[in-house]
Design a protein around this ligand. Structure first.
Ligand code: S3P
Length: 184
């Protein structure tokens, strides 16, 4: 029997820096759990009718962050896997929402690993100008403690294949569900 068949009534939220694989692993996880995937960036883009670079350019980052909080409030609690944007942990309000909606899974990877994956990506305004590695190092310093605060499970990425990452997440969710849902 497939391990994921045992996992029900669970809506995992994926967090982590840009390039950590939240959307791609989220897609696989959603398929394994037979849930829809809600990608928060895609949700914001659909609501705004504009791309993320357009929102940043026309309205500024603070406006994007507000949209992000509204989007997070809209989607938490739905039966879905939720893939968030890397900056979701920046606001206290978002962290409060994340903490209230476990399980939250942090896809943890080094700035070096991530910078190599996303360098040159024109859809990510935060790395549009300047040195991508330096930016990712700054973001890691700032955000690692915040991801840590919100995470129920930390998955170290690095060389781990997506298949292995998925298996590790499913194993965690099985344990988590036994501890939390069955005791309610
Ligand atoms: C951001 C990450 C992006 C997107 C926006 C800002 C960030 O999402 O929300 O460009 O602050 O790290 P991904 O993590 O999916 O790339």
């Amino acid at each position: 029997m497939h391990a994921s068949n045992d996992i029900q009534q669970i809506s995992p939220i994926l967090i982590g820096l840009m390039g950590s694989g939240k959307s791609s692993i989220g897609r696989r996880l959603a398929k394994a759990l037979d849930l829809q995937l809600i990608d928060l960036d895609d949700y914001i883009v659909a609501q705004a009718g504009r791309t993320i670079p357009e929102i940043f350019e026309q309205d500024g980052e603070p406006a994007f962050r507000q949209m992000e909080t509204v989007a997070l409030r809209d989607v938490v609690g739905k039966q879905a896997v939720i893939a968030t944007g890397g900056g979701i942990v920046g606001s206290e309000e978002n962290r409060r929402i994340l903490n209230a909606h476990p399980p939250v899974i942090w896809l943890k990877a080094s700035p070096e690993f991530l910078a190599a994956r996303i360098d040159g990506d024109t859809n990510r305004p935060l790395i549009a100008a300047g040195d991508t590695l330096k930016k990712m190092q700054e973001l890691a310093t700032l955000r690692y403690p915040l991801y840590q605060q919100c995470a129920d499970f930390t998955l170290p990425r690095g060389d781990m294949k997506k298949k292995e990452a998925l298996a590790a997440i499913l194993a965690f969710l099985n344990c988590w569900q036994q501890e939390h849902l069955h005791s309610q």
